[in-house]
Write a protein that binds this ligand. Structure first.
Ligand SMILES: NC(=O)c1ccc[n+]([C@@H]2O[C@H](COP(=O)([O-])OP(=O)(O)OC[C@H]3O[C@@H](n4cnc5c(N)ncnc54)[C@H](O)[C@@H]3O)[C@@H](O)[C@H]2O)c1
Ligand SMILES: O=P(O)(O)OC[C@@H](O)[C@@H](O)[C@H](O)[C@H](O)CO
Length: 383
């Protein structure tokens, strides 16, 4: 059985590749990082270390790599012949990988082989569907019809904190013990592969929203406020009671939105929140605030972890989401110069001011009460 995974980065090696290899797949990583791919091909295995007191090590074997920049034809052939295809490249990279996918899937459906599923494991709502749209936009109508019939793009939610790696051995990856991978079965085609570690559900909405608006919202609050207060890592930020209070406050707000919409019990959801707060405090993980805060334009997007739950809070709870508004204000202040999106955000703010910049990146209009709430919180943060 052959798996093709786009993105041999933190989560690609530390989670998706590991689960697929454990399930008996030969895993081919497609990436554009030449040194990483060379090393994967040389060693054909790597180590995953659990970030807890056990420091348990697992060898992930039967893996190889393809550099899609230099060996595009090989990448296309791997897609054509795969039994399952996954991605973890980052939301903004999905349009870029859709070219190789479109060519590989076109060759596949023309040859009339068995159906296949493509699972985007990115932190976004509707990731696989978005990837499908990019792929279909690259082929003619007849191929689009065949791909739609023979290729499933089930949306997914993946959860495991995998920080940037500082291991001496480049391929080794340290991961938190917790993981969850949920896939929308209703969007799959053909036989559903039995893969230990994947939970198939009839509808993904409750799971992706619970994950994105709890784990990722909480993480973003800790990162943007942590950065504002001068901390380098999530753990350092979470060691401050004031930061924990702000994160918990934001998660109480998103919790009201989630339990109002979906069938999660309030008590059960509160336990989920506390578990996540503990994960952020894992002393065996050093996760830079700048990794978690990366891409503020994406994170301030209309359907992302801050603005979406804050907007829903007005609609479903009918109150001002003060903690989420503070986190959005902190995100507007995020000026890390090595993050291109932070640079672009600060340029926008310098040119047009906070209010216009917020509206531009979030799609909120001047009538939205959230804009006023954020500006109010901005003043408190700026002192
Ligand atoms: N790290 C985590 O804790 C975590 C957890 C859950 C989900 N995610 C999601 O997984 C995705 C990847 O995150 P990450 O932390 O592993 O990032 P990462 O930067 O470690 O890995 C991304 C990989 O994609 C590769 N890449 C970039 N452009 C590419 C292209 N055109 N073709 C193929 N590969 C390309 C990069 O070289 C890199 O190896 C993101 O969407 C993220 O939100 C991350
Ligand atoms: O990957 P991003 O940039 O969407 O978000 C940063 C972190 O919140 C994220 O990578 C988490 O570590 C992960 O989603 C945990 O499952």
């Amino acid at each position: 059985m052959k798996a093709v995974h786009f993105g041999a980065g933190n989560i690609g090696r530390g989670f998706i590749g590991m689960i697929l290899s454990r399930a008996g797949y030969e895993v081919t990583f497609i990436d554009v990082d030449a040194a990483l791919i060379d090393e994967l091909n040389e060693k054909q295995a790597y180590t995953v270390i659990l970030a807890d007191e056990s420091e348990q090590e697992e060898t992930v074997s039967n893996v190889k790599g393809i550099n899609s920049m230099t060996d595009k034809a090989e990448a296309v052939a791997a897609v054509r012949d795969a039994d399952i295809i996954t991605t973890a490249v980052g939301a903004s990279i999905l349009p870029i990988i859709s070219g190789v996918l479109a060519e590989g899937l076109s060759a596949r459906v023309e040859a009339g082989t068995v159906p296949v599923n493509v699972i985007a494991c990115e932190n976004m709502i509707g990731g696989s569907q978005a990837l499908k749209d990019h792929v279909l936009a690259k082929v003619d109508a007849s191929l689009a019809k065949k791909i739609s019939a023979q290729v499933g793009f089930p949306n997914a939610a993946v959860d495991r904190i995998v920080p940037n790696q500082t291991q001496a051995e480049r391929l080794t990856v340290s991961v938190e013990p917790y993981f969850e991978w949920v896939v929308d079965q209703s969007m799959m085609v053909g036989d559903v592969p039995e893969i230990k570690g994947i939970t198939y559900v009839p509808s993904l909405d409750p799971f992706i929203e619970r994950k994105l608006f709890t784990v990722n919202t909480g993480h973003a609050v800790a990162a943007y406020l942590g950065y504002h207060f001068g901390y380098d890592t999530i753990k350092e930020a979470m060691d401050q009671e004031a930061v924990v209070t702000l994160v918990r406050g934001a998660l109480k707000e998103t919790g009201k939105v989630i339990t109002a919409q979906y069938d999660f019990e309030e008590a059960e959801h509160n336990q989920y929140i506390e578990k996540i707060l503990n994960r952020f405090m894992n002393p065996y993980i050093s996760d830079e605030v700048t990794r978690v805060a990366r891409g503020p334009l994406r994170k301030l997007g209309k359907n992302d972890r801050l603005v979406r739950p804050a907007t829903l809070y007005y609609q479903l709870v009918n109150e001002e989401p003060t903690y989420l508004a503070k986190a959005i204000a902190a995100a507007l202040l995020y000026d890390y110069t090595k993050d291109p999106e932070a640079e672009e955000l600060q340029d926008k703010i310098n040119q047009h001011g906070y209010e216009q910049a917020l509206q531009d990146v979030s799609g909120l209009t001047s009538e939205s009460p959230l804009v006023e709430a954020v500006l109010k919180q901005l003043k408190t943060l700026q002192g």
